[in-house]
Design a protein around this ligand. Sequence first.
Ligand SMILES: [Fe+2]
Length: 328
Amino acid sequence: MTTGSCIQSAPSSGHGLIPVSLPLLRTIGQAKTCVYYWNEQVGRAVLVCDRDDSIEELCTRNLPENSKNQLYLRSSDYESICGELLGGLKDIAGDETLSPVDRFEVMQTVVGLELERAFHRIDSHRFVELGEHIGSQICGLVGENRVLPAKLFEIARHDYFTFSHVTNVTGYAVVLAQRLGISDETELNHIAIGAMLHDIGKRHVPRSILVKRAKLTPQERCAIRQHPQAGYRDLLKSELSNDGQRMMAYQHHERIDGNGYPVCILGPEIHDWAKLLSVVDVFDALTGERPYRKPLSFTSALDFMAARAGTQFDTEVVKCWIAAITQK
Ligand SMILES: [Fe+2]
């Protein structure tokens, strides 16, 4: 095994190394790939597993302290491995050698690249198709194993990528729906797919606005506020979506008190699935990185939401979410 090779720039500087978790490496156990770890002391990535070495053996080996959280693949290897695993999401969801939470984390990693690519295509069809496939797998995994929301929060990705946000929100939406008493598998599945697709309208918002760090101009804010209608139109074109899912896209920024957008409707007019989605959507947005602010702490996010029960959010839904996510 080679240990001397190294890459001498920080993993965050975009030089082609992608962080990966041990559960993901376990899933790709037979693949031929180089694995690196980031050595803080010397400030460089060091090869810990060469192409001809066994990744399975690496996963059980005593690595340097803390290095298990700092393992990396070259981006080209990462892309081809994720591409291969994408077709086997069902196998990942059912892999009992990993905990359900680890399986969810691996699935999030595997689907990220393709979701990101599909998101930027002119035709929304591929994104809808992927959303349906991934939403169903997340629903089965999270719903059947009754994963605790707090566990999902621990592994949720708090970066600012649409795919991270939608997969986090989908996991949360399934557990919240169950806590609200929804047990019908078909309904849960529809909710999960709707959650995957709720921000599809952001495809039409210029990226320069989505990632802008400075305060948005009124015109830019107006452009962002178009995404519910744009998403509704995208889903209307798709035979794969139903009314409830289209309402999740259209109404997830409406508020119970009528001060939301795009239509300013009041609580009774908002679809139940959109009320549910709005709670987990805001929770994930608050606890995630955004270009213009740092994530809020878990407690501050829940305080923020509790203070808006009955105005922004449906009181029962937000109460149910706070009870669920604080359950140990
Ligand atoms: Fe949105």
